[in-house]
Design a protein around this ligand. Structure first.
Ligand SMILES: Nc1ncnc2c1ncn2[C@@H]1O[C@H](COP(=O)(O)OP(=O)(O)OP(=O)(O)O)[C@@H](O)[C@H]1O
Ligand SMILES: [Mg+2]
Length: 240
């Protein structure tokens, strides 16, 4: 696979909040067809990495390439048009609006109305449990359902790569499994995935490859199955 074709290539990316460093020369890739996970504890810099990739935080060094194009520092709305979509930490639904209105917001960057309509049907078909509740106010759904809506909304921009920031946090185990299954289904539809998680068990179970982020720096990378067997990872992230 040529470097140019990589859906995502992050090279030597650093970021700081004022004088406080948050990311230190982070390099990661997401290959075509991959689910890649990035595992990190509280404050490791996971959200900062996502925000820096998607144009919300300006990097102090390094670069971001999307499908071979240098998009470093590009604004979030331009990146959406280039096929990048994010499910942010904490879901960030518009609670007063209906599920349908939230989904429609996900397609703000598009003017291909017929295709948007088709994608709405397709996205809803991924979440059969929500199908009959399009007119329901978003804030009245359970945490797990709101997470599904957040993923559905992100898919409404017809992304080629999806970044998810801790989609399973605070959810009951059965719901975590449902979200994990959904992420795999999304990947099977041809969307490349970067999954940022503290929940190493779930993330390593569905990912092809994994990185460990500690104190803003990558400290390990390998196939997800190999990392899941590593004594350090088991001790620090799997409670084994
Ligand atoms: N807006 C901000 N201003 C100043 N410091 C920040 C800001 N956002 C994050 N930080 C700091 O940067 C570091 C990385 O934070 P970040 O939110 O990226 O971590 P995280 O891995 O996403 O953590 P969590 O698991 O709690 O979501 C932390 O030390 C945090 O306190
Ligand atoms: Mg975070």
């Amino acid at each position: 696979m040529s470097t140019e074709a990589l859906p995502l290539k992050v090279s030597g990316l650093s970021a700081r909040y004022g004088v406080v460093p948050a990311l230190n020369e982070v390099s990661i890739t997401v290959g075509s067809g991959e689910i890649v996970t990035l595992i990190g504890a509280n404050g490791a810099g996971k959200s900062t990495l996502i925000k820096t990739i998607c144009g919300l935080v300006r990097p102090s060094a390094g670069s971001v390439h999307l499908f071979g194009e240098n998009v470093t520092g590009m604004s979030p709305d331009r990146l959406v048009r280039k096929g990048l979509s994010v499910v942010p930490e904490g879901r960030r639904l518009f609670g007063e609006m209906t599920m349908l209105e939230n989904l429609e917001l996900g397609s703000f960057a598009r003017n291909d109305t017929a295709a948007v309509k088709r994608d709405l049907d397709r996205v809803i078909s991924l979440f059969p449990e929500l199908r009959d509740r399009l007119a329901t106010q978003a804030s009245t759904f359970s945490g797990g359902q709101q997470q599904m809506i957040a993923v559905a909304r992100a898919l409404m921009s017809a992304p080629r790569i999806l970044l998810l920031d801790e989609p399973t946090i605070g959810l009951a185990p059965a719901i975590v499994d449902r979200i994990a299954e959904m992420i795999k289904t999304v990947a099977e539809t041809g969307v490349n995935i970067l999954l940022v998680e503290q929940n190493a068990e779930t993330a390593l179970a569905i990912a092809d490859r994994a990185y460990i982020l500690e104190g803003g720096a990558i400290t390990a990378e390998d196939s997800a199955s190999v990392l899941a067997q590593s004594p350090e990872v088991q001790r620090a992230y799997l409670g084994i």
